[in-house]
Design a protein around this ligand. Structure first.
Ligand code: NAI
Length: 308
């Protein structure tokens, strides 16, 4: 399995590192626009191979997409990240141009590729890839829910004072501070609903901290996070590479599912060798349905700023 990661910045390099460490791919190609940057990151990562015990080959190129030919999966992390105080939506102007151009280059050299979109505003960037790539919809997957769910579980474990492996939970809807929908009603600790353990104040804390999870880190780091985003992408790539048919919330083009159409939003899906194997329909409460619809309205407004 050959995987391309476009953007050898913080998230791209972290994702390449996690993929290599898990050693399920033959080759990872890093692409960046900055002269020598992807080559340098690739060389540095390759020099960890004997230390970390992996055989995955990592190469880098400054914009030569012929090196990406025949990739089964490509990850788009190219673009600018947000700075403290910025929303993800403010990145659209610059990132839409980059994502469109990168998509065309990827598809030209790997017409059967499955694309994982990471660049923000991610739901809108995934929508842009759907509208411009010509790929079937099961081959375009936005990464947001995997990361946001990991952040949700982190906050749940903290509030419950439990090991993270005891808790389970999922975040759907939009990958934005306001549109994220942590499904507290379905979250569990060792199979028991967490609502049985957490009072109202703690429930509110978990939800609010999950929603601003990215912003909290951006404030601390001065730029957006990379370890958890990279790990989240690697889990998605592995689900495809190893045909795991794993349920992962992802931003997908909806066609009536969850009451929405012609929009990419986070929903649970089975991810395997074909990309999206199936969208999973879970029953939402009336309040959750209303929040999902609200998130859709906001994403649709941002999509309206796209120029194809
Ligand atoms: P970064 O600035 O560290 O890396 C971005 C890289 O993209 C840079 O090395 C830059 O040279 C490269 N680049 C720019 N234009 C390019 C082009 N046309 N072709 C190839 N490479 C190009 O940024 P970071 O932190 O890695 O974030 C990348 C993107 O991912 C941002 O838009 C950020 O908001 C987003 N992000 C999304 C997350 C999600 O959950 N969906 C989580 C974290 C970040």
């Amino acid at each position: 399995m050959k995987v391309t990661v476009v953007g050898a910045g913080a998230v791209g390099a972290s994702c390449a590192e996690y993929i290599a460490m898990k050693d399920f791919c033959s080759e990872v190609v890093l692409v960046d626009i900055k002269e020598g940057f992807a080559e340098g990151k690739a060389m540095d990562l390759m020099q960890t191979a004997s230390l970390n015990g992996f055989d995955t080959k990592i190469t880098g190129t400054t914009g030569d997409y012929s090196k990406t030919a025949g990739s089964q999966v490509a990850v788009i992390t190219s673009g600018i990240p947000r700075k403290p105080g910025m929303t993800r939506e403010e990145l659209i102007g610059i990132n839409a141009g980059i994502v469109k151009e990168v998509t065309a280059n990827l598809v030209k050299h790997s017409p059967d590729v499955i694309i994982i979109v990471v660049s923000n505003p991610m739901d809108t960037m995934a929508y842009l890839v759907h509208k411009t790539s010509g790929l079937p919809k099961h081959k375009i997957i936005g990464m947001g829910g995997a990361l946001d769910s990991a952040r949700f579980k982190y906050r749940l474990a903290e509030a419950l004072e439990s090991p993270i492996s005891d808790v389970d939970g999922m975040v759907i809807a939009a990958h934005s501070d306001t549109g994220m929908l942590p499904l507290l009603s379905k979250a569990t600790r060792n199979g028991v609903p967490v609502t049985e353990f957490l009072d109202e104040e703690k429930q509110k804390y978990v939800i609010e901290e999950t929603k601003v999870g990215g912003a909290t880190l951006t404030k601390l780091l001065g730029t957006s996070a990379w370890y958890a985003p990279g790990a989240a992408v690697s889990v998605m790539v592995q689900a495809i590479a190893c045909d795991q048919k794993k349920m992962i919330p992802c931003s997908l083009m909806l066609d009536g599912e969850y009451g929405e159409s012609d929009i990419c939003l986070g929903v649970p899906a089975i991810i395997g060798a074909n990309g999206v194997e199936k969208i999973v329909n879970i029953t939402l409460t009336e309040e959750e349905k209303a929040k999902f619809a609200e998130a859709a309205k906001a994403v649709r407004e941002v999509n309206g700023d796209l120029k194809f």
